[in-house]
Design a protein around this ligand. Structure first.
Ligand code: GLY
Length: 317
C-alpha cells in the first residue's frame, strides 16, 4: 500500500509525490519531490528559500534522507547558496562513499553536481532577522553583528524556544513496500553560524529500515541528537513495541533529558506495514497524510506527550 506522511507543512509537496508513487516511482523519489516543493516555498520560513537566517543573516540549510531498503543515507549541512539540499543529500547517498558533507565541502559538491546557486534570503526573512536583532543590539548597528567578539552570548539573547521548531519531513512507502525518510530545514532562527541540528543526522532526525519502519523529527534538534530519537522509535519497534508505544517511549525519553535547553519535539512514524502515527509535545498538533485513494492530503491529530520546557539563559548574566 503506497502512503505518505509528513509534517503539516509537507502538504504542499504530497500530491506530486503521490502522483509519482501511483506511477510506480520509488519511496526515495517521492520523498525528494515532496521536500523540494517545500524548499521552494518562500512562505515557509523554516525550510529552503525564505528560511530564517543564522545570527549573521546568512541562510544555512541542512537535509538528510535514508533509504529503508538498505539504510543507505546521505546528508548535507550548513550549506549556503543552494536551494535544494534534499537533492544534494540524495546525491551524497547515491554518488559518493560518504554519508554527510558540511559547509564549504557541501557547497563544492553542489557545484560539481551542477546545482544552480541561489539567493535564499528573502525580504520578509531578512526583515524578521533585522527586527529581532536590532531590538537587542541597540544602540549598536546591525552591521556590527559579524564583528561581535562574543557572538555566542548574542545567540542566547536572540533565540527563544518559539524559534526552535519548523522544518519539513516526509516518510514515503512505495508499491514495493520500500520506505524512505527525509528531512530538510533552515534550522533554528538566528542560530550560531555552523550550528547543525538533527535534520541531517541519521538516527537523530530521520531513520528508515524496511524491516521495521521509519521515523522523522521536527523540533528542537539538539534534543533529538542527544536522544537519537528517530532511531529510538525504530529500535523500540524492532524490540517488539507497537508503533504507539515506540513513539510514546521516545517522547518520554526526551522529557527525561537534563540540561538547560529543552523545548518542543514532533515526529512522524510508520511501521513496516504502513501503519502510521504522529507525536508531539505540543497540544493539538497535526501531521499530513495521503494515500493512493486521496486527491489531497489530510491532517491527522498527533499523539500528545508532554515535554516540560526548560530554557535557562544563564549566559546573560
Ligand atoms: N529540527 C530542526 C533543527 O533543529 O534544526
Amino acid at each position: 500500500m503506497i502512503r505518505l506522511i509528513g509534517s503539516e507543512n509537507a502538504g504542499v509537496g504530497l500530491p506530486a509525490a503521490m502522483d509519482l508513487l501511483r506511477r510506480g516511482g520509488s519511496a526515495v523519489d517521492a520523498v525528494e519531490i515532496a521536500i523540494r516543493a517545500v524548499e521552494a516555498n518562500a512562505e515557509d520560513h523554516s525550510v529552503g528559500l525564505g528560511g530564517f537566517p543564522n545570527i549573521l543573516g546568512e541562510v544555512e540549510l541542512d537535509a538528510g534522507m535514508m533509504d529503508g531498503r538498505d539504510r543507505t543515507s546521505g546528508a548535507v549541512a550548513a550549506l549556503k547558496g543552494y536551494l535544494h539540499p534534499i537533492s544534494l543529500a540524495r546525491l551524497v547517498m547515491e554518488r559518493i562513499p560518504h554519508v554527510f558533507l558540511v559547509g564549504d565541502g557541501a557547497a563544492r559538491f553542489a557545484r560539481e553536481m551542477g546545482a544552480e546557486p541561489a539567493e535564499l534570503l528573502t525580504a520578509p526573512a531578512r526583515e524578521a532577522w533585522a527586527r529581532r536583532l536590532e531590538q537587542d543590539l541597540a544602540p549598536r548597528k546591525l552591521e556590527e553583528v559579524a564583528n561581535l567578539p562574543d557572538l555566542w552570548r548574542w545567540v542566547e539573547i536572540a533565540t527563544d524556544p518559539q524559534r526552535t521548531h519548523g522544518t519539513v519531513n516526509v516518510v514515503a512507502r512505495d508499491a514495493q513496500g520500500h520506505i524512505c525518510a527525509g528531512v530538510s530545514t533552515s534550522g533554528w532562527a538566528w542560530k550560531y553560524p555552523g550550528r547543525v541540528g538533527d535534520s541531517p543526522i541519521a538516527g537523530a532526525g530521520f531513520y528508515a529500515d524496511d524491516r521495521y519502519g521509519a521515523a522523522a523529527c521536527t523540533g528542537t534538534g539538539e534534543m533529538a541528537i542527544r536522544a537519537a530519537t528517530a532511531h529510538s522509535v525504530i529500535y523500540a519497534m524492532r524490540m517488539g513495541a507497537t508503533l504507539l508505544d515506540a513513539g510514546t517511549q521516545a517522547m518520554v525519553d526526551l522529557n527525561d533529558l537534563g540540561g538547560r535547553y529543552l523545548a518542543g519535539m514532533n515526529f512522524v512514524a510508520m511501521d513496516r506495514d504502513g501503519h502510521h502515527a504522529g507525536f508531539s509535545s505540543y497540544e493539538k498538533a497535526s501531521y499530513a497524510h495521503m494515500d493512493a485513494s486521496m486527491d489531497a492530503p489530510e491532517l491527522l491529530p498527533r499523539t500528545h506527550v508532554t515535554i516540560e520546557q526548560r530554557w535557562d539563559r544563564r549566559n546573560l548574566d
